[in-house]
Design a protein. Structure first.
Ligand code: LMR
Length: 359
């Protein structure tokens, strides 16, 4: 099936090839001449204005719905940038993969065809595998733990690893803890997952989580997942409760288990050369707006999660399993070997800072 890539090894190789070719392209063609994209070329658009900001149009693309922590944070960013710049800086927000999807958004930002993307951090693991830290099973205890890591040295060190690939990490935005849906079985024990074909956002760790439980996992682009579930190409998927609700997976899935086994967290990524070419005043404004948009996303998570679970319950399409502490412990025990293996393989400084952030 088009858009479905089976096996992370293949995916990682492709990422590396894409990475190399994009870097060569970036060296050959400086950004100012990139695709005649005047709207996003700072050179073409600079100019004085009443508010003193350069004229600029920024494209921001993401794959989730507007009514999600990411969607609302993106709209907040637009609102702040446009009002603070006196209308000189425009932010065009493209949600739901309207402009770019999982398979092409990273290449698009590297080529400066889009200025801001917000992929799941794990989707950047072809560049630095520590971006899969959020998929380490039961690594982060709660929102406070995540914020302390992301705002601290460990999170900032992780974002900075993108610099050498022509990108710049601006922030982390929240999605939520991940849960499992499927249309075969009520899952209340890791053994129930055995034999299921599960969609993930990709990455070695999360794929091993499912392998360890005897399931097979497949990377499928987010905006193609509903169809894959509907066609029965896969039996289930894992995601935040807000994504599960806004993507209407209940229409094609019978069971939902609230496992919270890993975290879905985003990295906000821009094109480094484009960013470095902005006027300092513009960078300042965007940095400030990004901070406030990050807070907006964080403030929305709990509220949106509560609304989403209530909606799923009231629709009654999926049977919901809420795990007891004992049942949750069984999942922890089952997938602990994945944590032990990968926590040692990733950047140790960042891992240690992530653990410290929870103390
Ligand atoms: C996923 O692919 O599961 C998520 O990253 C989608 C998203 O961006 O919310």
């Amino acid at each position: 099936m088009r858009g479905i890539e089976r096996g992370f090894t293949k995916n990682k190789k492709l990422m590396n090839i894409a990475k190399m070719s994009l870097l060569s392209l970036a060296l050959l063609f400086p950004l100012a001449g990139c695709g005649g994209n005047e709207a996003s070329s700072t050179e073409a658009a600079k100019g004085d204005s009443d508010a003193g900001y350069q004229k600029l149009s920024i494209k921001l693309s993401h794959v989730a719905s507007d009514n999600t922590p990411k969607g609302l944070a993106a709209l907040k960013f637009k609102e702040l940038v446009e009002s603070e710049s006196g209308g000189n800086i425009e932010v065009k927000v493209y949600p739901s993969g309207q402009l770019y999807g999982d398979n092409d958004e990273i290449e698009a930002v590297q080529a400066n065809n889009v200025q801001i993307i917000i992929p799941s951090a794990a989707k950047l693991s072809g560049f630095e595998e520590t971006f899969e830290i959020f998929d380490l099973p039961f690594m982060f205890k709660n929102e406070e733990h995540l914020r302390a890591f992301e705002d601290g040295e460990g999170g900032q060190e992780l974002l900075a690893t993108l610099d050498e690939y022509g990108m710049k990490g601006l922030s982390f935005w929240p999605n939520g803890f991940k849960h499992i849906t499927n249309n075969k079985v009520a899952v209340d024990d890791p053994s129930d997952v055995k034999g299921l074909k599960v969609r993930t956002h990709g990455g070695q760790i999360i794929n091993e989580v499912y392998e360890t439980m005897g399931a097979s996992s497949t990377k499928i682009a987010f905006n193609e997942t509903y169809q894959a579930l509907q066609l029965g190409t896969i039996d289930g998927q894992e995601n935040s409760i807000v994504n599960i609700e806004t993507q209407k997976y209940g229409e094609v899935q019978n069971h939902l288990t609230l496992t919270s086994h890993a975290r879905s967290e985003y990295a906000v990524v821009t094109n480094k050369q484009w960013w470095d070419g902005l006027e300092p005043k513009t960078q300042e404004l965007l940095t400030k707006a990004m901070k406030e948009a990050t807070n907006e996303g964080r403030n929305q998570v709990e509220k949106l999660e509560t609304e989403a679970i209530e909606k799923i319950k009231s629709e009654g399409k999926m049977a919901i399993v809420e795990l007891t502490d004992e049942q949750k412990e069984a999942f922890k025990q089952a997938i602990q070997p994945v944590f032990d293996k990968w926590a040692q393989k990733m950047n140790q400084d960042i891992i240690n800072k992530a653990i410290e952030a929870g103390n």
